[in-house]
Write a protein that binds this ligand. Structure first.
Ligand SMILES: Cc1cc2nc3c(=O)[nH]c(=O)nc-3n(C[C@H](O)[C@H](O)[C@H](O)COP(=O)(O)OP(=O)(O)OC[C@H]3O[C@@H](n4cnc5c(N)ncnc54)[C@H](O)[C@@H]3O)c2cc1C
Length: 380
């Protein structure tokens, strides 16, 4: 087998596989490297994906889904609930199946996939790997770093990838079975004490099992995410069976630089997760597709538009959500309750088919003098 490739993609998560299948279908040679033995394992994700965020990029197949969602139940600090009816809003995926399927699409288009192959360094145009215990090198003309939140590729290419404490969300999540729930609704909960600077979620995988977790800001939290989740699970899911425990971080700040002479960073490696929700699957796939397409242009000696396309498709929204997160981080339970009241009026029990975040934020700010004061300074 040749060790020279037009494109090497490091990391076979959604972002890396999307880059690999997009580029491979243009007929260039692609090597996709994955350090784990099986793609999609371990799952460090709550697996929720909203339809609107991925439209136009990939079509979600029924076999990739654990359950379809038709709306959300929002829970506030003093027991408020708000039910939002949003038919076909999205899915709780089965990422073990989903991630494998995306990698298989790359393989079907001719990409070579190497599992149990960990990139350990880059020298000029060569990736040094540990392939099942043996050190080897593979050469590239173009490189895409898709190695997730703990990415090294950026560092290796000379980018400052450090994050400050206020720029991350710390998450704890248990997969819990032996519970009863309506599988069509995702539950989201906010509370200063239990979810400081973040939120908690119940994302159903079936009528009897769900991904149950929380993401918090280490700047605001006095207790660990694990401790807070244990407390919640003990009170609400005492009879549940904890099948799996997951801990991880979500970046809430994009990198200043995510491309260079002959490389792009995509997905969590470039910190493209949504700073407000922590969702990174859709932006991973979008950035992967755009990176794959633009790497092909570069390889064909043409001008590429990666940064400009990223700005239009993802970055403008992320930057807006970054500013909204800064407001959210300053709120207390009283303001959360106020938001609930306004939200009840905004959604008004009707079925919706779109949420315009800009309009919703404007509505919230204009409805409360304190929110307006905080928001005006941070947004404009
Ligand atoms: C607790 C938690 C819950 C979450 N819930 C959601 C959710 O519900 N919805 C959502 O949209 N997002 C969620 N996210 C975020 C989401 O999981 C990520 O944004 C998404 O997986 C990013 O995709 P990616 O392809 O960039 O990175 P990853 O999915 O992390 O994939 C990176 C891949 O690179 C491989 N790799 C890493 N280093 C190397 C190396 N040196 N050599 C070879 N391979 C390497 C890894 O093994 C991995 O397979 C959650 C995150 C956490 C922590």
């Amino acid at each position: 087998m040749s060790t020279n490739f037009d494109l090497i993609v490091i990391g076979a998560g959604p972002a890396g596989s999307a880059a690999a299948f997009t580029a491979a279908q243009e007929g260039i040679s692609v090597l996709l490297l994955e350090e784990h033995a099986e793609i999609g394992i371990p799952v460090v994700c709550a697996e929720a994906l909203s339809r609107s965020t991925i439209e136009g990029y990939i079509e979600i197949k029924p076999e990739w889904i654990s359950h379809e969602l038709s709306g959300s139940i929002l829970r506030g600090p003093i027991g408020e609930t708000l039910r939002i009816e949003y038919p076909h809003v999205g899915w709780v995926l089965n990422r073990k199946v989903f991630d494998k399927a995306l990698a298989s699409m790359a393989q079907a288009h001719g990409a070579v996939i190497k599992r149990l192959t960990k990139a350990i360094g880059i020298e000029e145009n060569k990736v040094i790997v540990n392939e099942d215990g043996i050190q080897k090198t593979y050469s590239f003309k173009f490189l895409i770093g898709a190695d997730g939140v703990a990415s090294n590729v950026g560092k290796w290419m000379g980018i400052d990838t450090r994050l400050a404490l206020h720029e991350i969300m710390v998450c704890a999540q248990y997969v819990i079975s032996n519970i009863t729930l309506d599988p069509y609704y995702a539950t989201l909960m906010i509370d200063e004490e239990y979810t400081p600077g973040g939120y908690a979620w119940i994302f159903p995988k079936s009528r009897n099992a769900a991904n149950i977790g929380l993401g918090i800001s280490p700047m605001k939290a006095k207790k660990s995410a694990r401790h807070l989740l244990d407390q919640w699970v003990k009170t609400e899911f005492a009879h549940g069976f904890i099948k799996k425990k997951i801990f991880g971080g979500v970046p809430a700040k994009i990198l200043k630089q995510f491309s260079g002479k002959n490389f792009f960073l995509v997905g969590d490696a470039a910190r493209f997760a949504d700073p407000l929700s922590g969702a990174g699957i859709a932006n991973g796939i979008k950035s992967g597709v755009l990176a794959g397409r633009n790497a092909v242009l570069w390889l064909k000696g043409k001008k590429h538009y990666f940064e400009a396309e990223m700005k239009k498709e993802i970055l403008n929204e992320i930057k807006f959500h970054e500013r909204v997160r800064n407001i959210y981080m300053k709120l207390s339970n009283n303001e959360y309750s106020e938001i609930f009241k306004i939200g009840k009026k905004f959604f008004n029990g009707e079925k919706i088919d779109d949420i315009n975040t800009h309009l919703l934020v404007k509505h919230l700010l204009l409805s409360s003098p304190r929110l307006l004061r905080i928001g005006f300074n941070l947004l404009f």
